[in-house]
Design a protein around this ligand. Structure first.
Ligand code: MTE
Ligand code: MO
Length: 325
């Protein structure tokens, strides 16, 4: 029995269980015991990281930590962060780590197109070897009011922009996740978010060139972490987590502002800039505080997630814009 319903948008944790059941009709038809156990006791799970294919960049890990980017609070334990993810291609729960192991991360190519000197398709290993990997500890703040502090490995997004050689007419970057129901069953017709795949996100060229914008290839000193969006995802720590698109296959330079996956589904709730601001509530919940998934404690949310010194200047002349989620 397939019932067509209005489909998924993000929900705060406090409401997550009922909404999850609402969306996951297959799970209603017979929830697997292992899934239920992993959901109830995620802290008992290991940090799953399947290496089904050799990683030609494995020797680049762990990369040297860049200590310039200080963090407040405690690093989230690996087994907690690696078992509490948003990756809707693998379902609406936070416990998609097992399901995400279906993702095939080699071979993997990224297409650069749109307003570039020359379109090109690049193998992920060629790209990673062309840049400088480093580790940065960033705080991740999800729009659902939870947060984590994670050591990401990757490279500055400005290197990706240089690699792509955009034309000066390009103003925005649009990024796309894979769209392949064989790797992600939720992308099958009739399932979650039908017709809205692939996941899309974007930013301005100025944001991409900001020193904080980071292309993530690994976490906790290792590559190939599928639930974190291997082999390559975005991290812009001053924005809500939904901007941090995972498992990217296409990067398009354009003069038109891209419309993201969530913006397309629910524009009243999710905008383009999506900068963290404790004073601007989501239409359905407050953004004043967040739950740190590592400690379980609530902490006050900070403007730009604490990164204002780096990024506030990007927006100072955008008074009329909807800058906050
Ligand atoms: N392709 C894709 N990217 C995605 C998502 C997704 O569902 N699909 N979820 C986003 C959301 S809402 C958040 S909060 C972060 C979560 O990142 P994490 O699982 O590494 O903590 O990934 C973002 N990137
Ligand atoms: Mo999120």
């Amino acid at each position: 029995m397939l019932i067509k319903r209005k489909r998924g948008w993000e929900i705060p944790e406090s409401q997550a269980t009922p909404e999850r059941l609402y969306f996951s009709r297959r799970k209603l038809l017979g929830a697997g015991a292992s899934l239920a156990a992993a959901s109830l006791f995620p802290e008992l799970a290991n940090a799953q990281r399947a290496s089904d294919v050799p990683d030609p960049t494995a020797s680049l890990y762990p990369a040297k930590r860049n200590d310039k980017y200080k963090f407040d609070g405690k690093l989230t334990e690996e087994r907690l962060a690696a078992n509490y993810n948003n990756f809707y291609e693998y379902g609406t729960s936070k416990y998609i780590a097992s399901a995400a192991q279906q993702l095939k991360i080699r071979p993997w190519q990224i297409k650069f197109d749109g307003m570039v000197e020359k379109e090109q398709t690049v193998d992920i290993d060629t790209l990673i070897k062309a840049v400088q990997l480093e580790e940065r500890i960033y705080r991740l703040r999800c729009v659902e009011a939870w947060s984590a502090v994670i050591p990401w490995t990757g490279f500055q997004m400005s290197e990706l922009v240089n690699f792509a050689k955009p034309l000066s007419s390009a103003k925005y970057i649009r990024m796309e996740t894979f769209n392949d129901p064989k790797m992600a069953p939720e992308q099958r017709p009739g399932f979650l978010s039908d017709g809205n795949w692939p996941y899309i996100e974007g930013c301005s060229i100025e944001e991409a060139n900001n020193e904080l914008s980071f292309m993530v290839t690994g976490a906790y000193g290792k590559g190939g972490y599928k639930q974190f969006g291997a082999p390559i995802r975005l991290m812009q720590p001053w924005k809500y987590g939904f901007k941090a698109i995972k498992s990217i296959v296409r990067v398009t330079f354009t003069d038109k502002r891209p419309v993201g996956y969530w913006e397309k589904l629910q524009v009243q709730e999710y905008g383009f800039w999506a900068n963290v601001n404790p004073e601007v509530s989501h239409p359905r919940w407050s953004q004043a505080s967040e739950r740190d998934i590592g400690t379980g404690e609530r902490r006050p949310t900070v403007l730009f997630n604490g990164y204002g010194e780096y990024v506030a200047g990007l927006y100072k002349d955008m008074k009329g814009e909807r800058l906050w989620a």
